[in-house]
Design a protein around this ligand. Structure first.
Ligand SMILES: Cc1cc2nc3c(=O)[nH]c(=O)nc-3n(C[C@H](O)[C@H](O)[C@H](O)COP(=O)(O)OP(=O)(O)OC[C@H]3O[C@@H](n4cnc5c(N)ncnc54)[C@H](O)[C@@H]3O)c2cc1C
Length: 422
């Protein structure tokens, strides 16, 4: 009897129906991820933070090679919204499969340029061209609080948190004072920043219900009054430089503000939704990378008189995490599709996607390491690095519990308006 043929798969797993363009992009980015990102990511992981990001380090080789790929935000902009979301899903998850820290460095690196392009301001686009960027939104005293969009999510009577980095608008000028958190991706070495901070437009930092006025400003980071912290030493995502940016009476023209009092809430929401979607795709890529390592290892290691992969317990464990890998990918693509096509997308939904994809990814990586036995704990195999990178992602771009709390809040308010009551 002839057995049923094995299933059709693509590099990304159980996928079908990709266009020729999508397949070609996936192949190209996977090659780049395998040949450039993985070796550089592993090398940076073992370097000390004070050497890893200096001029001449492999970190900059990665960024030069990434720039020459030509897959930045301007390249995808030519596609319609749904096709762009599909293409981003394919590209970003392959970058996450290569190295999650470098993938974020590339993504955060583009945030000022994305804002500049959306503003249509030539001066800002030129300011960002060829420069490594960052997105400075969190501060020492304003972490999760910066992601709270509604007054009735706060403790009763509490006002919104203004934080430690503030802009004062006066006439044609903005004066910026304070510091970002140490967590700003690329912050310690970036050449340009997209600031996402509290603003005083002349009548204080709060509106009538206690929400904080905000602004987005594109700022070159070589201005007088700007200083940096040291690159942060941390458990995972060590290929991603992070560090503080200090502002001491930094004066910039008002025209560099790409979002102010009235359009800030929606632009802040959309920038965060973009980041949450990207984090979901990166989780899909990292989960697959860990799963593939475990799959290959169990097809080589013999215990119990057989290959591990031939033992039914192992097949069950691989089946369990393999299904999660597919579910993470599907959720990430769903979030991306909804966000690109909905008449009213919402960052609390992308936040839920980020939390779900990243939490499930951690369970996949953990079980993949478990399948290696003791060897999984050694630096001989890259699985231990993936676990450390995955751990950092449970807090990055919003701590997972808080993100799910926001999604829960959103659904309770939709229900009060009638949704889910039929
Ligand atoms: C790898 C990585 C990359 C990052 N990149 C960037 C970047 O590019 N730009 C940037 O600006 N920031 C960045 N961050 C910062 C990140 O967004 C914050 O770390 C995150 O939002 C959490 O803030 P926090 O660390 O201040 O924790 P806190 O907000 O202090 O939270 C501490 C704990 O308190 C809980 N908590 C907080 N508020 C509440 C509440 N209201 N109710 C109940 N519990 C609560 C949280 O769930 C958490 O468990 C990055 C972080 C990491 C780890």
């Amino acid at each position: 009897m002839v057995g049923l043929a094995l299933a059709h798969t693509e590099l990304s797993g159980f996928d079908a129906g990709f266009s020729a363009e999508e397949l070609s992009a996936q192949g190209g980015v996977t090659r780049f991820a395998a040949e450039v990102m993985r070796p550089i990511g592993r090398e940076l992981d073992r370097m000390t933070p004070d050497t890893a990001y200096q001029k001449g380090s492999p970190f900059w080789d990665f960024h030069r090679a990434f720039a020459s790929l030509g897959i930045g935000s301007d390249a995808i902009g030519a596609l319609d919204a749904r096709a762009a979301a599909r293409m981003e899903a394919i590209v970003i998850s392959e970058l996450g499969w290569g190295d999650a820290g470098l993938a974020v460095s590339a993504g955060a690196g583009e945030m000022p340029m994305r804002a500049a392009l959306a503003s249509g301001e030539r001066e800002l686009v030129e300011m960002c061209t060829g420069k490594l960027g960052c997105w400075a939104a969190t501060q020492p005293d304003r972490g999760s609080d910066g992601l709270m969009l509604y007054a009735d999510e706060r403790h009763p009577g509490a006002k919104g948190n203004v934080g430690n980095l503030r802009a004062k608008f006066a006439g044609d000028e903005i004066v910026i004072n304070g510091q970002s958190s140490a967590w700003v991706s690329n912050g310690c070495i970036a050449e340009v920043a997209l600031l996402d901070i509290a603003a005083d437009y002349g009548d204080g930092f709060h509106d009538e219900v206690g929400n904080v006025h905000g602004c987005n400003i594109v700022v070159p980071l070589d201005l007088p009054g700007i200083a940096r912290g040291k690159p942060l030493a941390k458990i995972g995502k060590r290929a991603l430089p992070q560090g503080e940016i200090y502002f001491d009476g930094v004066r910039v023209p008002r025209r560099w503000a790409v979002a102010t009092r009235d359009d800030y809430p929606i632009k802040h929401a959309m920038a965060w939704a973009h980041a949450g979607t990207a984090m979901s795709h990166i989780a899909a890529g990292l989960a697959r990378a860990a799963f593939e390592l475990a799959l290959s290892y169990t097809n080589q290691r013999r215990q119990g008189g057989a290959l591990l992969a031939d033992l039914q317990l192992t097949q069950f464990r691989l089946g369990t995490i393999g299904a999660k890998v597919e579910a993470i990918k599907a959720m990430a693509r769903h979030v991306a599709d909804y966000t690109s096509t909905s008449p009213q997308p919402h960052p609390y939904f992308t936040a839920a996607g980020k939390a779900f994809c990243n939490a499930e990814m951690l369970t996949v990586v953990n079980e993949a390491l478990q399948l290696f036995g003791g060897l999984g704990l050694t630096q001989e195999y890259p699985i231990e690095k993936l676990l450390r990178d995955a751990r950092a992602m449970q807090i990055e771009d919003g701590e997972n519990n808080l993100l799910l709390m926001h999604f829960g809040f959103l659904m309770t308010r939709l229900n009060r308006e009638g949704w889910g009551r039929k």
